[in-house]
Design a protein around this ligand. Structure first.
Ligand SMILES: C[S@@+](CC[C@H](N)C(=O)[O-])C[C@H]1O[C@@H](n2cnc3c(N)ncnc32)[C@H](O)[C@@H]1O
Length: 320
């Protein structure tokens, strides 16, 4: 029964949840051996069968996740609502922590900046100037009244900037921008944070408060088409910076590379922060292979890799 879905849940447990979320590790492992639940999940279109989407939906609806029997009984009984939620929402995890890995690049560009994030979700990465930062054991810097402090461990020849960039303008594109003023959208974002990751939840809530106070201009569209419209509005005197993290994997490979070619021709700069393998044209310039024992992204400026980064912004391994 459904070997590929079972395999997907087992792989999720072993390679993503283990060591990060005991609850999701347990649930995914047990689902992989539960023919009835697998049969329900298999009724969904293939892209909607993701463990993260199922667990996010159950938590969004208030279902139990700590005990497998309670989880399976509740999920089976509430399947019409669960599947509707899974069909209606997507995994749009917005991680403001990634600003800690973007910051050294942003701070080194000619200021002020006009930021355009493609695949922005709720736009929480569009406020790098509104968060505080701490690299290793260094001082905390950034606006003193910010509710968000981002911590980042570094390796390699990097001198952390010590100041936040000046942002003259901020805008984003998403197929489905989430609205920080919508209680449902924010609750969905919260449901996507893994249950044991209390610090991530705290900073998400802080970042939502920041974005509510100064919303970025978010437009609905496909990043392969909507970019020119936004670039036309960049204020004079600001450096346009197009950036993205954890986004291009959603596109077919040809569309990713065609976007990369376009991004290299843009006025200003292009910062990518994506998993290894997502952009082969960037990866071929890596000075060393990505580590095999932990998940990383590749941070690149104008197609040239600068560092491996922790996927949630928790680390920055700068290249020589
Ligand atoms: C995993 S989220 C990452 C959000 C944000 N970049 C971050 O780092 O926190 C990926 C986002 O990309 C958006 N996305 C995927 N394909 C897209 C496309 N072709 N055009 C615009 N947005 C897209 C999704 O809707 C989702 O909000």
């Amino acid at each position: 029964m459904a070997p590929d879905t079972a395999e997907r849940y087992l792989r999720f447990a072993a390679t993503q949840a283990r060591g990060q979320s005991p609850a999701y590790d347990m649930l995914a492992g047990r689902i992989a051996g539960d023919a009835e639940l697998l049969a329900l999940i298999e009724r969904l279109p293939e892209p909607k069968r993701q463990p993260n989407l199922l667990f996010g939906a159950v938590r969004f609806l208030g279902g139990p996740i700590g005990d497998y029997q309670a989880f399976r009984a509740w999920t089976s009984a509430e399947w019409p609502r669960v599947q509707r939620t899974m069909r209606g929402w997507s995994t749009q995890t917005n991680e403001p922590g990634r600003c800690a890995t973007l910051l050294p690049v942003l701070a080194a560009l000619p200021q002020p900046l006009a930021l355009i994030e493609v695949g922005a979700s709720a736009g929480l990465c569009l406020h790098p100037d509104r968060y505080r930062y701490r690299y290793d054991d260094g001082p905390v810097f950034g606006p003193a009244d910010s509710p968000v402090v981002l911590e980042c461990r570094t390796a390699g020849p990097l001198t952390p900037p010590g100041r936040v960039p000046r942002v003259a303008w901020r805008a984003g594109i998403d197929l489905n921008p989430l609205d920080v003023h919508s209680a449902d959208d924010v609750r969905w974002l919260e449901s996507l944070v893994w249950p044991e990751q209390h610090e991530r939840l705290r900073r998400l809530r802080g970042a939502v408060g920041v974005a509510r106070a100064e919303p970025a201009h978010l437009v609905t569209g496909d990043l392969t088409q909507a970019l020119d419209g936004l670039l036309a509005h960049v204020p004079a005197g600001a450096t346009p910076v197009v950036f993205h993290s954890a986004v291009l994997a959603y596109l077919p490979i040809e569309a990713r590379e065609s976007f990369a070619g376009r991004a290299l021709d843009l006025p200003g700069h292009w910062i990518s922060n994506e998993a290894p393998g997502v952009l082969p044209s960037v990866e071929r310039h890596l000075p060393r292979p990505a580590p095999a024992d932990r998940a990383v992204f590749v941070l690149a400026l104008d197609g040239r890799p600068l560092a491996f980064t922790g996927p949630h912004g928790q680390s920055l391994d700068w290249f020589a």
